[in-house]
Design a protein around this ligand. Structure first.
Ligand code: AN7
Length: 352
């Protein structure tokens, strides 16, 4: 057995690492890239891979960026970090702060966080403030506080978050031997699409990849400011992680779209839920609703007649479904509840 390496050590030549930078890990990175032939056949695309970012230590891709941002905060002598969050950033910030002995201050939109994520922020011992408002309002408060007080902002406006998150693109290129043709990704605050695009560009520049993918970003229909070209004052979607009306990374996401020849489009809540179910029932992958927006996007474009035959497609599953079981249970078909009796069970199964 080898000691867990983590991305700081593995990718130190590509990260802003200096002699006083602490190299530590909770086991982030090195997540599975799962080939999903049944779904690929159903959709008629060449090869489909799901990148399982829910396998990171706190169950989402945020850990890649958080380990770099927290290490940089430590290096600078900071004692506290702060973020606004729809859930996953707060879970990650709380965990890495706990590991490093820092205080994590977390501001969340009241009643809009999936229970698993809130449980994480609580158990890791962060200081949580729930505001009567949405994520965009929480982010504005956090930005103002980080200007005035000695705390380090760890939302994706912190450039070290992007540095860490780009390593997921490195891993994909290492496994495939090149970049994919298409990279599908959910878009919320628009940090991750920025990070992957930067990662793919660096792979190309370093000669690790011959091509760059088209970046295919998907927002939820009720929270699609980039698609609509205007901020959304009251964003609404079942995919609470991406319920964001004024993304901080807006311009960079548009640049990633345009430079890559990709697109940023939207999917409905129903499309998100049915993609979540398809990944689960046809690939054994349970992602949270927001993370199913990528596959929902691929399904939508396929239905519209876009041809992915012969193409290599990666869909990022950004967070684990175990954070948000309420939604899966609410939409579940009823199952049989019987007496604890073999004959009764056999009869129900049609085996008698
Ligand atoms: C599962 O935790 O914004 O476009 O505060 O949790 O980089 O924001 C989460 C975002 C996609 C969108 N999938 O990524 C937060 C937060 C999941 C997420 C996104 C989020 P960005």
């Amino acid at each position: 057995m080898m000691l867990t390496t983590g991305i700081l050590t593995k990718y130190k030549d590509f990260l802003p690492i200096t002699p006083h930078y602490p190299l530590f890990t909770l086991g982030e990175g090195d997540t599975p890239l799962v080939k999903c032939d049944r779904v690929a056949t159903e959709l008629g695309c060449g090869e489909l891979f799901l990148k399982l970012e829910g396998c990171n230590p706190t169950g989402s891709f945020k850990d890649r960026g958080m380990v770099v941002a927290v290490a940089k905060a430590m290096e600078a002598g900071s004692k506290a970090i702060i973020c606004a969050s729809t859930g996953n950033t707060s879970a990650s910030a709380a965990a890495y702060a706990a590991y490093c002995g820092l205080t994590a201050l977390i501001i969340v939109p009241g009643g809009q966080i999936a229970p698993g994520k809130l449980a994480q922020a609580i158990i890791y011992g962060s200081r949580i403030i729930s505001i009567d408002g949405n994520f965009d309002q929480a982010l504005n408060i956090v930005l103002a506080l980080a200007e005035k007080h000695p705390v380090t902002l760890v939302n994706s406006l912190n450039p070290y978050r992007i540095e860490g998150q780009k390593t997921a693109a490195f891993e994909i290129v290492e496994v495939l031997g090149d970049a994919p043709d298409y990279h599908f990704i959910p878009v919320g605050n628009a940090g991750n699409i920025t990070a992957y695009w930067q990662g793919y560009q660096e792979c190309r520049q370093a000669g690790k990849a011959k091509k760059k993918p088209r970046m295919m970003g998907f927002q939820a229909e009720g929270a699609a400011p980039i698609v609509r070209g205007r901020t959304i004052a009251a964003p609404e979607t079942i995919a609470s992680a991406i319920r964001i009306g004024n993304p901080a990374g807006w311009q960079k996401a548009v640049a990633a779209r345009d430079e890559s020849g990709g697109l940023i489009d939207m999917v409905t809540d129903d499309e998100i839920l049915s993609a979540q179910r398809l990944a689960a029932t046809s690939a054994g992958v349970f992602g949270e609703p927001a993370s199913a927006a990528s596959l929902a996007g691929l399904i939508k474009l396929t239905r519209q007649g876009m041809d992915f035959s012969g193409k290599t497609v990666v869909c990022v599953v950004t967070g684990t479904g175990l954070k948000d079981t309420d939604i899966a249970l609410k939409n579940a078909p009823p199952f049989l509840e019987l007496a604890a009796d073999i004959t009764t069970v056999e009869k129900a199964l049609g085996w008698s």
